[in-house]
Ligand binder design. Structure first.
Ligand code: FEO
Ligand code: CA
Ligand code: CA
Length: 534
């Protein structure tokens, strides 16, 4: 098949800036001395002081850090559109040669019908379902730093993608008889391509139109019940979706397979081909990587699934795998029912593979394994994949545990990760709202934001830097290119509220107000100290 990307605008002049953002492509020259060989002169002797876990209904930060609310659910972004619900992944796409102005892409993952309709709903109307469909997807908003603070500015770039936006499949064969899907949903984490587009990942798609296997065509009712009004096939969801921030156009990439994709982490090889790592966030599901056969293609190439036991990437390819050919008639089917393909190929079952980051210094691939409660893994870990000879296109690797959650390390259930300009690792935790502040999670209190220093006397130590409001989870950590601002999503505060009269959180509003997910900007001298910024 010929590589085609007709609706996408190449932005080569953004490329240098995007190298900072595209995961795992930070060059040594962009890093401060701490990771470029001059440790003796630049590493600070001042200790980083974190915070103790907190159960307060507040965003608590380490000293010398402050936050500002950038945008929250329901805020207008244009005359016709508002910011969506449950914001997750954030990508900052700076304007050429600027660090203080650009477009922010923000995912809107799932809904909470009590909050959206502001009443307990038992039998949804079409209008209510369409309100919910509008609440998911993603937002594009232009942001600018003025007098030291970030603002969302009115601009034609400000747009929404929702559960109602028609999005074509980037594939020759139709999916369930259609060349396009209605909408995107379950938009959890994501990635950024070297050409400045965003990858937004459809994670728990089954909540909206249910799911089914390749052999059983029946659909059981979904949690949200959208199928009662729109007979969209489940196979239209669970994809990696590419969005061009310049136009708002999107496409679903079938070549990356269909599962509850948490993220899509892109590494560009020297010859321009791409490697994309992605995990399926469900108990006992798998880790995948796509290797393109052509430069810059998210269509031409091969998808592989990890077997950690033998340290091999196994091709999900009906031509090479007789067992797959016996089950599926076509490669398209093997990709649509990717979980079934992975099981047939004997892939390693993992403890909820969530976010993936490539260490900008070592090239190691870190994978957050959040937990697997049925298997009594409550606290999770971070897996380290070392590709053979450091080659991300290698088909063999070594897997070890990088960090283990638990009371000794002070965190549980790791999820989203990001490296800062000094190569320090930041990660968030995702203890479920229904289990937070209860055994065995009591000691961790609310979810948090954690830092692992790369160098200095605290190297390898896990330091809690922030605590989230009640029931909330921090998601989508994203640094501005100069490292001076950390954009962070605060998702699902008050999620365990049983009614509007019994709200568990009011964040970020006053007592009595409905809680709202929001994006905050974190700044302060401590960010400068940690990254050794000038
Ligand atoms: Fe949407 Fe796996 O977190
Ligand atoms: Ca997540
Ligand atoms: Ca999560």
């Amino acid at each position: 098949m010929e590589c085609s990307n007709p609706t996408f605008t190449m932005l080569p002049n953004r490329r240098k800036f995007l190298e900072i953002l595209t995961k795992g492509t930070v060059s040594a020259s962009l890093l401060p001395y701490a990771v470029s060989g001059c440790k003796a002169t630049k590493v600070s002797s001042k200790r980083v002081r974190g915070i103790a876990p907190s159960s307060d209904d507040a965003l608590v930060l380490a000293e010398e850090l402050d936050y500002n609310l950038l945008i929250q659910w329901g805020d207008p972004i244009s005359e016709q559109d508002t910011f969506g619900f449950n914001n997750d992944f954030i990508a900052f796409l700076p304007d050429e040669q600027k660090t203080d102005e650009g477009i922010l892409w923000v995912n809107h993952e799932y809904i909470n019908s009590l909050m959206i309709h502001q009443e307990t709903v038992t039998d949804k109307t079409l209008e209510q379902v369409e309100q919910e469909m509008y609440a998911v997807g993603g937002s594009l908003v232009r942001v600018k730093k003025e007098n030291g603070q970030w603002l969302v500015v009115s601009h034609p770039d400000n747009k929404r993608l929702t559960g109602l936006t028609e999005i074509p499949f980037n594939w020759d064969t139709s999916i369930e008889g259609k060349q396009a899907a209605m909408g995107t949903l379950g938009n959890c984490a994501g990635g950024v391509t070297p050409w400045g587009t965003v990858l937004t990942c459809e994670e728990n798609y089954q909540y909206f139109y249910s799911d089914r296997s390749s052999s059983d065509r029946n659909i059981t009712p979904s949690t949200e019940g959208w199928e009662k009004f729109y007979a969209n096939p489940p196979e239209h969801y669970g994809w990696v979706v590419e969005v061009d921030p310049a136009t708002g156009t999107a496409q679903k990439h079938v070549a990356l397979g269909r599962c509850a994709h948490e993220c899509a982490t892109v590494k560009e090889l020297e010859d321009g081909r791409l490697v994309v790592y992605t995990g399926d966030d469900k108990n006992d599901e798998h880790l995948y990587k796509f290797i393109s056969s052509e430069p810059g293609s998210l269509r031409e190439g091969m998808l592989y699934v990890a077997n950690l036991g033998v340290g091999m990437w196994i091709p999900v390819d009906v031509e090479q795998q007789p067992l797959l050919m016996a089950q599926f008639k076509t490669q398209t089917e093997a990709l649509v029912y990717l979980r079934e393909s992975a099981k047939i190929l004997g892939a390693t079952r993992l403890d909820r593979p969530e976010d993936i980051e490539i260490d900008p210094v070592s090239g190691d691939v870190l994978v957050a394994l959040t937990n697997n409660i049925p298997r009594e893994n409550y606290f999770g870990s971070i897996l380290k994949i070392e590709e053979e000879n450091g080659d991300h296109a290698a088909l063999t690797f070594k897997a070890t545990t990088y960090l283990t959650g638990g009371e000794d390390t002070g965190f549980a259930s790791p999820d989203n990760m990001v490296f800062d300009r000094a190569g320090n690792l930041w990660f968030t935790s995702d203890i479920s709202g229904s289990k937070m502040n209860q055994p065995p999670y009591s000691a961790f209190k609310n979810n948090g934001l954690f830092l692992v220093m790369r160098d200095g006397s605290q190297a390898g130590e896990v330091i809690q830097m922030a605590s989230a409001p009640v029931d909330a989870e921090f998601t989508g950590p994203c640094f501005s290119p100069d490292g001076s601002t950390l954009f962070l999503s605060v998702q699902h505060p008050g999620e365990q509220s049983s009614s509007l009269e019994a709200l568990t959180s009011h964040w970020p509003g006053k007592p009595g107000s409905i809680p709202r997910s929001a994006v905050v900007t974190i700044q302060g001298p401590l960010l400068q100290q940690i990254q050794q910024l000038g």
